[in-house]
Write a protein that binds this ligand. Structure first.
Ligand code: ZN
Length: 63
């Protein structure tokens, strides 16, 4: 009786550990930030950074 744990268990464990992954909503952008055990302010800052595509676009246009 040694069945491998479903990956869902790992996700649940990550949630219990307070681990989060924030991905950029921009189509085609693969930027994502994973964090855990951070303060609320830090989590807010990281979330803002991950979802603000202008901060990590592949090409920065200086217009
Ligand atoms: Zn992005």
């Amino acid at each position: 009786m040694s069945q491998p744990l479903p990956s869902r268990i790992g996700d649940a464990a990550a949630l219990l550990l307070g681990q989060h992954t924030v991905r950029c909503p921009h189509p085609g952008c693969t930027v994502r930030i994973r964090y855990r055990a951070v303060t609320a302010d830090e989590a807010k800052r990281l979330t803002a950074l991950a979802t603000d595509h202008t901060r990590h676009g592949p090409e920065q246009q200086s217009t």
